[in-house]
Design a protein around this ligand. Structure first.
Ligand code: UDP
Length: 192
């Protein structure tokens, strides 16, 4: 995809549908993929934290998540296409993953959310293979990484909030040839 750079962050210019289709292709080919859906908060944080900025640049795709980014691009006269949020992208991938029986690992959110998530997934995405469900308040990060490795997932959704989730993905994405995406508070939203 072409990119539009705003405050040093290269955003992909794509529609949600085209983007998800490319991700599905990559998952089918077991390509290691790191997606960041970046809102203005993340862009500002990256401006102030060069280390996080560097981490962002290791992502394969950075999407504009937030109307502020879309507006900013318009003002710069370099319009982006769709807003692409982590939540919508995750839902699209779960629907597809359910149809194609993909293995999915979920890490993040509070233990009670993860417990609820298990039944929501069984109910709404019955074709998914749950590779793992891990709440986001662990102390032994290395053991979580090992579990992800052993689970051999196709997709890993990481809901630790930013900047933790991007840090986690950067540190562990080599553990599985999967699609890795930080999804903020999406598990909380999904379980209602
Ligand atoms: N979270 C977590 N572990 C932590 C901190 C946060 O699992 O150590 C989870 C939290 O329960 C929530 C999600 O990360 O489900 C997003 O948190 P927050 O709303 O603070 O982040 P944002 O949506 O702004 O990225």
């Amino acid at each position: 995809f072409p990119t539009i750079t705003i405050l040093n962050v290269p955003f992909i210019k794509a529609t949600q549908n085209d983007f998800v289709q490319v991700l599905e292709e990559r998952v089918n080919h077991h390509q290691n993929t790191f997606v960041v859906t970046a809102n203005p908060e993340i862009v500002m944080y990256a401006q102030a934290h060069p280390d996080y900025q560097r981490r962002l640049h290791t992502a394969d795709y950075i999407t504009p998540d937030g109307i502020g980014i879309i507006k900013g691009a318009e003002i710069l006269n370099t319009p982006l296409k769709d807003r692409i949020t982590g939540y919508d992208t995750m839902l699209d991938l779960l629907t597809w993953g359910s149809q194609t029986h993909k293995r999915v690992y979920f890490v993040g959110a509070k233990p009670f959310v993860i417990a609820k998530l298990k039944s929501v997934l069984a109910d709404q995405y019955p074709g998914l293979e749950i590779a793992g469900l891990q709440d986001g308040y662990f102390t032994d990060e290395a053991s979580v990484a090992t579990q992800i490795h052993d689970a051999n997932p196709d997709m890993v959704f990481v809901a630790l909030g930013f900047p933790k989730q991007e840090q986690f993905i950067m540190d562990h994405r080599h553990e599985a040839a999967a699609l890795w995406m930080g999804v903020g508070g999406s598990f909380d939203v999904l379980v209602g």
